[in-house]
Design a protein around this ligand. Sequence first.
Ligand code: NAD
Length: 470
Amino acid sequence: MTHDYKLLINGKLVPGASEFDVVNPATGDAFAKCPKADVDLLEQAVKAAKDAFKDWSKRPVDERAEMVGKLSEALEARADEFARLLTAEQGKPLDQAMYEVMGAIFTLRAFAGMRLEQRTLRDEDGNKVIEHRTPLGVVASITPWNFPLILLMNKLGPCLVTGNTMVAKPAPTTPLTTLLFGELANEILPAGVLNIVCDENELGPLMTSHPDIAKVAFTGSTATGKKVMQSAAESVKRVTLELGGNDAAIVMDDVDPKMVAQKVYEGAMKNAGQICVAIKRAYVPEAMYDEFCDELAKLAKDTVVDEGMKQGAQVGPVQNKMQYEKVKEFLADAREKGKVIAGGEALDRPGYFIAPTVVRDLPEDAKVVQEEQFGPVLPVLKYNDIDDVIARANDSEYGLAGTVWGKDLKRAMDVAMRIDSGTVWVNQHLAIDANIPFRGSKQSGMGGELGLEGLYEYTQPHVVNSVPLE
Ligand code: NAD
């Protein structure tokens, strides 16, 4: 692969001020160069977005939406190429990469079809109050490395449809799919409407404090999210924060352990566990604990761990060296505090591979239960009392999502209603849909993405309140 990747600034594909290596996590070797923006290039990108806002925000919404639809079509036409590049830079198996690309296409298409209508809040005795929504200005999109493409589209779709412009910055370890998208977007969007800059973690603070940026749409860790919020406070920027999670799966006592173990396992191991809403701890009734754990261990041992490009690979590498080292710390804690019944080690091969790991008999205060492991490691805990398990699931600074698995749907739904998180899925996992709002509670985030609420986040309500002149 010798593609010459370029930044996108003011309708031009431009080289960076310097460049850095992009590593394939399946080998640990650099396979491409990424252009790196300096402060000057960032300033050019912000200025381009600010200038483009003047025309873009005034275009009819249907015209803007049509272009978002065209972005979706252009992505679809090159879906295979994007999926392969995503696997190369991110590590996920090719079928999961294609799933992300298809999700990105669907998300853009869904937003192209959404509109925020003007509302009449009052129309009586000559007093008319209308509320309409106006765009904010330049939006900074800052994305992480686990789903580089779809997380950008969750922001770009609503940003453009509502009349804002964007400066997007991907994570340093997965910049290439965003840059490739910039190439096709440049054929469709007017100059300056979307600008893309890349960095090695230096530009984020400059973007979140920039006086000409009106909103920061951030997805990443809670620790960085707090910095974003602090930095954005100076100019009272709008922020949406999609942050970390430590989602619990609660297994009810009426399920077939074998069937549900399979579903919980998949929810924990997809994308090598690097999903904000991955199942990060499982709570299982004591009566079926042994059988459930045995089934999980069997599934883990049978999992094909390999390079994402290899046909049949089910779990790929962890995305980057830093995360790989972090997951190894979780493994050390798991080995010390609990009983590892599958995996437990990094694989002895190049790249950042961790064997799918299942740990049982852990105390509730173990690191892997309390913190976000963000890797293919599943702690399994037992419970006897439903109130107790709900309290344990809720005893977290996070509140992103969670799952409840039960045959008696009413009982399962009752438990779901008591889980303190933005989303709870019952008998399914990862049912994220561009038409359904998604947001985290507690330290998992602020504001939301997707659905009509996702559009509102990119607008300012504007009220006009009139009476006749008498
Ligand atoms: P991260 O916070 O380290 O980085 C995210 C982005 O922020 C990167 O682009 C990075 O360059 C940038 N950044 C770094 N320092 C910054 C600063 N001071 N100011 C502004 N930007 C800065 O996160 P990560 O490790 O790339 O991603 C993993 C995390 O993301 C996990 O915690 C995961 O749960 C979370 N996540 C959340 C969601 C969600 O929707 N809630 C989705 C995916 C991932």
